[in-house]
Design a binder for this molecule. Structure first.
Ligand SMILES: *[C@@H]1O[C@H](CO)[C@@H](O)[C@H](O)[C@H]1NC(C)=O
Ligand SMILES: *[C@@H]1O[C@H](CO)[C@@H](O)[C@H](O)[C@H]1NC(C)=O
Ligand SMILES: *[C@@H]1O[C@H](CO)[C@@H](O)[C@H](O)[C@H]1NC(C)=O
Ligand SMILES: *[C@@H]1O[C@H](CO)[C@@H](O)[C@H](O)[C@H]1NC(C)=O
Length: 314
């Protein structure tokens, strides 16, 4: 354990080992708020040593959801999680960690897309070729959800079709999330040509929570698309008609992850305001764990996540 310069999360972490976090209750329902979600895209350090995702549980970070990123459909025979084939033995250390997280009550999803384009175009044009591969990955690793990070042009119909088919094959408890940028929820700046309000209005379901195929949106409040330093971006989204329980504020875990990183003390203030304005505030999703989460605040990744939990749950 490291000494904390600012003493930021320390008393909290100590206390948490006594009282414990409400992680297990959180897992019982896909509508429970707030959520504490973290993406993982960097799985090893530069020497190839695996980061141990189980630390999120053993150090009682209060995490509720982990999203593995990023799946890429390169060709029918080449489906990658980042730089390695999803079926490669390279990923052998990952799957037991996924199982440990799940045993501790954390839900684990898979994200497709992100900055590298092509996957969404391919599922749109060759659904029957790629869909069975996606389904097989989700089933064989017993994953709990699929996150749509659409950063290329694709038809709205293709997104609805994929969401509907996953719901049909994996059931109403399977978590479907989107990762639009904040401005896209109010039909302003976008990384794709989809109207997210129209998509959400179209992607309905009579059997899923809120009558919607998508459980919630891990919305990007950084890189020029929104800002988590004040409640304004979030308030604008809610004013446009979105339900706060379905809008999770996406933030950066450290300055190196992108532009408009906000410190823990800044996030504390925004989260506190949003909680007082919206009793069903959807929570925080963070990009990302392994690239040095907490490094700009002088804390470890687990301490960063635990500190977010302290703002969200207490
Ligand atoms: C992660 O830590 C757990 C103990 O908390 C250990 O059992 C497991 O082997 C570790 N996994 C990796 C990949 O280091
Ligand atoms: C991965 O392995 C599964 C199970 O053996 C197989 O069905 C699938 O086609 C493989 N996917 C790729 C892209 O090789
Ligand atoms: C978005 O792009 C896709 C793929 O090029 C196209 O099929 C669709 O019609 C476009 N939608 C809009 C609203 O422009
Ligand atoms: C995506 O669609 C938008 C709006 O329809 C258009 O302005 C943009 O040029 C398209 N991008 C690509 C890469 O086709």
């Amino acid at each position: 354990m490291k000494l904390l310069g600012a003493g930021l999360a320390w008393s909290f972490t100590f206390q948490s080992s006594v009282v414990g976090f409400p992680t297990l209750q959180k897992r019982e329902s896909n509508t429970a708020t707030p959520r504490n979600v973290i993406y993982v895209q960097t799985f090893t350090d530069s020497a190839g040593n695996w980061f141990n995702l189980t630390d999120l549980v053993t150090e009682q970070s209060g995490i509720t959801h982990v999203i593995l990123a990023s799946l890429h459909l390169d060709s029918p025979t080449q489906i990658h999680l980042n730089d390695n084939d999803i079926n490669s033995t390279y990923w052998d250390p990952l799957w037991p960690m996924v199982t440990s997280l799940q045993s501790a009550g954390v839900k684990v999803s898979l994200m497709m897309g992100g900055a590298a384009a092509g996957s969404w175009a391919r599922i749109a044009t060759d659904f029957d070729v790629y869909y069975p591969e996606i389904l097989s990955i989700l089933r064989s690793h017993n994953l709990d959800g699929f996150d749509f990070d659409v950063e290329e042009n694709v038809s709205l119909d293709a997104l609805v079709k994929l969401a509907q088919q996953l719901d049909t094959d994996l059931g109403t408890d399977f978590i479907l999330t989107g990762a639009p940028v904040a401005t896209a929820l109010v039909n302003e700046g976008n990384l794709d040509n989809v109207s997210w309000p129209l998509l959400d209005a179209t992607a309905t379901s009579s059997t899923r929570p809120n009558g919607k195929l998508f459980n919630w949106y891990n919305t990007q409040f950084y890189d020029g698309w929104g800002n988590a330093g004040t409640p304004t971006t979030y308030e604008n989204i809610i004013s446009a008609g979105w339900d706060p329980s379905r809008i999770v504020m996406g933030v950066l875990t450290a300055g190196r992850e992108g532009s408009e990183w906000v410190s823990l003390s800044g996030l504390s203030s925004t989260i506190s305001s949003l909680k007082s304005m919206y009793s069903d505030f959807g929570g925080i999703s963070a990009w990302e764990y392994g690239g040095g989460a907490g490094s700009s605040d002088g804390v470890t990744p687990e301490q960063w996540v635990a500190t977010i939990s302290s703002y969200l749950f207490y």
